[in-house]
Design a protein around this ligand. Structure first.
Ligand code: ADP
Ligand code: MG
Length: 262
């Protein structure tokens, strides 16, 4: 499916917001980098099955927000809970949490010296104790699903950027996450590869995956997001349904930002 003609341009109403229970809850979260107050009193709840697009100017704290949810960054104050559990400090509980929340970065971050198949198999075996044969079967199924099963024995560098990013998505899914975070997953891609990655993300969204997606791809937001969260200068300035946000943003800061990207 990812290699088929994209229907991203087709007007499709965003799905109704799911009524799932809170899965990721940030409450009063603050984070500094030295003197820089990069996350300022962030309150944000992501419900199970919800797809939230985070947008905002460069440097507004979007990546830091994602990284704190996965505890790649610590926070200075406030709380973050995933499925009712506070974020663990370290150790096995942290490893489990990382597996619960899959993360896909702008730079694909695949293991360069492993094959595509090994990339999707390793974490299952090492972090989850899945038996190799089972891990391989799961990996092949996921590679099939993202449309790159025929690349399984290659090294990442032999694949296009779009293919590598789809492998990165498969690798995250292999850990059977409760939620997926995407941090500008298509911004490093050549334009013709963007839709093949977005199509995979849209199908994930439609299957009910809980997703936090930092992206400026308005087509994706319109097609798949239940909510747009606009960040500026470390704050969540505004939240709205996509259509409402893109046509009638309430804050001056959001309107100013939209006028530059639309
Ligand atoms: P965005 O993803 O919205 O572009 P980031 O979360 O990457 O924003 O960055 C927010 C701010 O924090 C920026 O000013 C950035 O320079 C700063 N920053 C990010 N990571 C670090 C770090 N590890 N050390 C110091 N400053 C950082
Ligand atoms: Mg960023």
């Amino acid at each position: 499916m990812p290699d088929s003609t994209s229907d991203l341009t087709t007007a499709v109403a965003a799905p109704a917001r799911p009524t799932g229970d809170p899965l990721i809850v940030l409450s009063g979260v603050n984070k500094h980098f030295g003197p820089l107050h990069v996350l300022q009193d962030i309150d944000l709840t992501i419900h199970r099955g919800e797809v939230v697009v985070v947008i905002g100017p460069s440097g507004s704290g979007k990546s830091t927000l994602c990284r704190t949810i996965n505890r790649l960054e610590t926070i200075d104050s406030g709380t973050i809970t995933i499925d009712g559990q506070p974020l663990p400090e370290e150790g096995r509980a942290l490893a489990r949490l990382r597996a619960d929340v899959g993360m896909v970065f702008q730079s694909f971050n695949l293991f360069a010296h492993k094959t595509v198949l090994e990339n999707v198999t390793l974490g299952q075996v090492k972090a989850k104790g899945v038996r190799p044969a089972q891990a391989k079967a799961t990996a092949m199924e996921l590679l099939e699903r993202v449309g790159v099963a025929n690349q399984a024995d290659k090294r990442p560098a032999q694949l296009s950027g779009g293919q590598q990013q789809r492998v990165a998505i498969a690798r995250a899914l292999a850990m059977k996450p409760k939620a997926m975070l995407f941090d500008e997953p298509t911004s490093a891609l050549d334009p013709e590869m963007i839709n093949e990655v977005l199509d995979v993300m849209v199908s994930l969204a439609r299957e009910g995956m809980t997703m936090v997606v930092v992206t400026h791809e308005m087509g994706f937001a319109r097609r798949a997001a239940h909510r747009v969260v606009f960040m500026d200068a470390g704050q969540v300035v505004e939240q709205a349904e996509p259509e409402e946000f893109f046509t009638a943003a309430r804050s001056e800061r959001a309107r100013d930002f939209l006028s530059k990207i639309l």
